[in-house]
Ligand binder design. Structure first.
Ligand code: HEM
Length: 132
């Protein structure tokens, strides 16, 4: 695996808040449109704006920028916040399908795309709470 020697945070490398906003908008647009991700779309509210804002705030901090989510909602406790949604391999794969495509569409740098998708993959794996 190629290790990047760019010392800047992922937040800076992706292009800051504007790019993260574009990424989450694309992500939820895909979730809304793709027939393959209907399973996880149904878990969300009809209006995706609230989920989009929360993911945006979370990602700003998680990628090394301002801790918007923590300031507003406290510690992320992400796994705990997902415990009411049954998440197994299929749901994880649907989430990653949207994120994979959103990252391809929004992030220009190929090395950064790989790093981000590796990191998203680990969190998405960790979110599983259902025995198959
Ligand atoms: C693995 C599959 C996943 C599924 C099926 C899933 C599903 C959901 C659902 C249904 C919600 C509630 C949205 C609403 O209010 O309508 C939610 C919230 C959220 N998700 Fe996920 N999620 C997954 C993975 C992830 C990952 C990997 C991240 C972070 C990288 C993430 C970050 C968040 C955040 C920050 C919230 C808002 C939490 C809150 O304050 O309630 N999710 N997710």
């Amino acid at each position: 695996m190629q290790i990047s020697n760019d010392r800047r945070s992922h937040f800076e490398r992706i292009g800051g808040e504007e790019k993260i906003r574009a990424l989450v908008q694309r992500f939820y647009h895909l979730m809304d449109e793709l027939p393959e991700t209907h399973g996880i779309r149904k878990m969300h509210q009809a209006d995706l704006k609230g989920a989009e804002d929360k993911l945006y705030m979370f990602l700003c901090g998680w990628l090394g920028g301002p801790q918007l989510f923590v300031e507003k909602y406290g510690h992320p406790r992400l796994r705990q916040r997902h415990i009411t949604f049954p998440i197994g391999d299929a749901e994880r794969d649907q989430w990653m399908l949207c994120m994979n495509q959103a990252v391809q569409d929004v992030v220009e740098d190929e090395g950064l795309r790989k790093e981000l998708l590796g990191a998203f993959g680990k969190v998405a794996d960790f979110m599983r709470n259902k025995s198959e």
